[in-house]
Design a protein around this ligand. Structure first.
Ligand code: CP3
Length: 342
């Protein structure tokens, strides 16, 4: 087993900096498009044979140090009774957005083995196909980001309706966050039981909150999730646009913070104060653009991380659709061949 990724999560010193990419199994990859054909993301994710295949194809095509289960943050919400579609080039669209306490009270409790049994079967199949080559990462959406989709009903830039509920109707907000936290805890626990070697919590859009509101409306739920996973496997916290909340994320107890390109790696390492590893943070547009700029900034990120324990090289967000897979292979080669210490 290539242990570089898990070693970095645990802030041990791997022989090279590990690298993987969010959405590495996605539409930019010809093998993914071939498997997917005219199926939706949801249909692929619900078929353990196909879901495991696209993960392994991506790992092999890129030479990365970890795979991530093929699923979507929205899938476990189906078990709670939330109806949605994932529309191409749009994202999740919810049929009946949550607006009041009655709709929160009618949400069902999720039993992962029955409600998302296909994800767990997919994990079993993926681990078997990876055949001890690289570790598999599990994931879940975080309560705030999931609540955002459930309340807005579709992707939204500033999450106005979500924040309006938070401010006007805190009781409904906290009931919803409580129900989602319970689901995430059970979901991640079952993924760990099926053998994932790390988990990543995607709180993609929580960067739209002030530090005061993060503390009042979100942090205790994240803390409960981090505590429930505990020391079983390393925990990665992901947020886009996270620079103003790093200290608060660290206080929720993750092992690694995933940061995007809006913050310098040097600043992220200073915020870490040796308490967490840092994952990131090349701009996905640089991976798409390729060439000398991509090469130079890949080197810069590695240089800024030299001497710090726990760097996992990644993009600041998901791989963009028009990216040439060869660019990602080039990044992997640069990261793997870089000297760890000056
Ligand atoms: O290799 C991988 O990372 C794939 C597994 C994966 C998917 N979704 C499958 C998928 C993961 C880790 C996710 C997480 C996810 N889904 C997040 C958190 C990460 C982030 O981007 O912040 C979010 C917010 C979602 C919701 C969602 N699903 C969005 C915003 C979109 C994009 C819509 C589009 O068409 O561009 C999706 C669709 C989706 N989920 C795709 C994939 C591979 C792309 C559509 C496709 O391949 O057909």
């Amino acid at each position: 087993m290539n242990t570089t990724f898990v070693d970095a999560c645990n802030r041990r010193s791997p022989e090279h900096t590990p690298v993987w990419f969010m959405r590495q199994a996605g539409r930019y990859l010809p093998s993914y498009r071939a498997v997917k054909g005219s199926m939706s993301v949801t249909e692929v994710a619900k078929d353990p044979a196909l879901a495991s295949q696209v993960v392994v194809d991506a790992v092999e095509a890129l030479g990365v140090d970890a795979g991530i289960i093929f699923a979507d943050i929205m899938l476990p919400l189906e078990g709670m009774g939330v109806e949605f579609k994932i529309e191409e080039n749009v994202g999740p669209v919810v049929t009946n957005p949550i607006r009041d306490i009655d709709s929160v009270n009618s949400l069902r409790e999720v039993d992962p083995e029955t409600d998302v049994g296909y994800v767990l079967d997919g994990i079993d199949a993926t681990i078997q196909k990876l055949d001890d080559s690289v570790p598999l990462i599990g994931f879940s959406g975080a309560p705030f980001t999931l609540a955002g989709y459930m309340i807005e009903g579709r992707p939204s830039r500033d999450l106005e309706s979500t924040k309006r509920m938070m401010y006007r109707d805190p009781q409904t907000w906290h009931s919803l966050m409580g129900a989602l936290t319970k689901m995430v805890v059970a979901y991640l626990d079952s993924q760990v039981a099926h053998g994932v070697k790390a988990v990543q919590l995607f709180d993609s859009w929580v960067g739209c909150l002030s530090p005061t509101d993060y503390e009042a409306y979100v942090s205790k739920y994240t803390r409960a999730i981090m505590a429930s996973v505990g020391r079983k496997v390393p925990r990665i916290h992901f947020c886009a646009n996270s620079a103003s909340l790093l200290e608060q994320f660290i206080e929720t107890g993750p092992d690694v913070l995933s940061v995007d390109w809006r913050i310098g790696m040097g600043e992220a390492w200073r915020a870490s104060k040796g308490r967490v590893g840092i994952q990131g943070n090349l701009d996905p547009v640089l991976a798409l653009a390729g060439g000398a700029g991509m090469k130079r900034q890949t080197k810069r990120i590695l240089d800024e991380s030299r001497g710090h324990r726990g760097h996992i090289f990644s993009l600041g967000h998901g791989v963009l659709r028009e990216t040439d897979p060869e660019n990602l292979r080039q990044i992997v080669r640069s990261v793997h061949s870089a000297k760890r210490r000056a």
